[in-house]
Ligand binder design. Structure first.
Ligand SMILES: Nc1ncnc2c1ncn2[C@@H]1O[C@H](COP(=O)(O)OP(=O)(O)OP(=O)(O)O)[C@@H](O)[C@H]1O
Ligand code: SF4
Ligand SMILES: [Mg+2]
Length: 353
């Protein structure tokens, strides 16, 4: 919460993937996919930080780098004040128990040849928790109950469950190590609409009951507006806007966020008719060759002179809530909204690059 040091902090984070060139006769030439390309971000203990952006902008890569499933190419990830790059292999392994990921596609992330009991028990075995057959079995049953599954079904296989139940298995597995920080990577996107709300409610309840901290990755801005305390908007490997969820979604300051918000269907037919949708032209540029200056300039309806030349940095926007910058975590403004720090990286808010 505001006033405490963040649980997770990324500084100058880059994750680049070397790729072999697709061009004929140039097979030895490699290009670099800049999936995450200079991200500064923190997640406060107990909060939900929503992360939104189009497909391929780097959300999953960022989430996996924060839990150190992927090694950063540059920059640092601190967990509870400790730079994870300074840890020995065994210290990093025990730190991993405090972090978990819930993946989008429960079917793909569960081993079809293992019973769900064995799958849920895997982190217990890895981290040496609840040793002994009976204690481990009891713990697996407990975890199944916590996520709304029948413990008597522990001997069943993933294909014997529905999509929603399989996601509950994935959630139970994520909880097994008793994590503090959970990356929920589009946890309801592959589920039937009828069960999405149930799984969402389960995630909200678990956060409350276990004091979890979430990075909630989603394409769905409306869902993020509901569950997140703050929202970060990502475009081509960068955070382009961040702030309290109501500020960012109801009063977007970056043209990209404006376009995302304008695509969200309105709750009533009257508002839906009045909705002014901003349709972005052009394709998303390749993360191997982002445009010069502002990366959004090739699609931005508001592009102007400085945009191709200067790379905008995140800076405070708006009125009162601009007072609390990203580093206002320890600040004592007494204004909750200010402490959330609404920031955007756009020259419309002053040219700095
Ligand atoms: N292991 C990898 N090797 C090479 N490129 C990768 C790898 N993982 C991701 N990428 C590339 O990095 C970029 C970001 O991918 P990422 O999966 O993080 O995006 P995303 O925002 O999660 O997309 P989606 O919404 O579709 O899940 C994409 O261009 C992707 O092709
Ligand atoms: S900096 Fe320029 S191109 Fe980038 S979002 Fe702002 S107005 Fe658009
Ligand atoms: Mg993804």
């Amino acid at each position: 919460m505001a006033g405490e040091p963040p649980l997770v902090r990324a500084s100058g984070l880059h994750v680049h993937f070397p790729m072999r060139s697709q061009m004929p006769f140039r097979r030895s030439v490699t290009e670099v996919v800049r999936a995450v390309d200079g991200v500064d971000l923190h997640v406060r203990r107990g909060e939900t930080l929503g992360l939104v952006g189009e497909s391929g902008c780097g959300k999953s890569t960022l989430g996996q780098a924060l839990v150190r499933l992927i090694d950063p190419s540059a920059g640092t990830v601190e967990f509870d004040g400790v730079d994870t790059a300074t840890l020995s292999a065994s210290a990093l392994r025990s730190l991993r128990r405090r972090m978990a990921v819930i993946f989008q596609d429960p079917f793909a992330s569960l081993d079809p040849r293992r019973t769900v009991g064995d799958t849920i028990g895997e982190p217990l075995a890895i981290h040496g928790l609840h040793r002994g057959r009976r204690r481990r079995r009891a713990r697996i049953g407990e975890l199944m109950e916590v996520v709304g599954l029948d413990p008597d079904h522990r001997g069943r296989y993933p294909h014997e469950f529905s999509g929603g139940q399989r996601q509950r298995v994935g959630i139970a597995r994520a909880l097994a190590g008793e994590p503090e920080f959970v990356v929920c990577d589009e946890p309801i996107a592959s589920l039937d609409v009828s069960v999405q709300a149930q799984v969402m409610n389960l995630l909200v309840r678990l956060q409350r009951d276990f004091g979890l901290t979430y990075l909630f990755v989603s394409h769905d801005l409306a869902a993020v507006r509901q569950v997140a305390d703050r929202v970060a908007v990502m475009y081509l490997g960068r955070i382009v806007e961040i702030g309290a969820a109501p500020s960012v979604v109801d009063d977007p300051q970056h043209p990209y966020t404006e376009a995302l918000v304008s695509a969200v269907p309105a709750p009533s037919p009257r508002k839906e008719r009045a909705r002014d949708r901003i349709v972005l032209g052009g394709d998303i540029p390749s993360p191997a060759a982002p445009p010069s200056g502002c990366r959004f300039r090739t699609r931005c309806p508001k592009v102007f002179d400085p945009c191709p030349h200067y790379d905008p940095v995140l800076q405070p926007v708006g009125g009162d809530d601009a007072l609390g910058g990203d580093d206002a975590v320890g600040g004592d403004t007494g204004d909750a909204d200010a402490a959330q720090g609404h920031q955007a990286a756009c020259h419309l808010h002053g040219v700095r690059g």
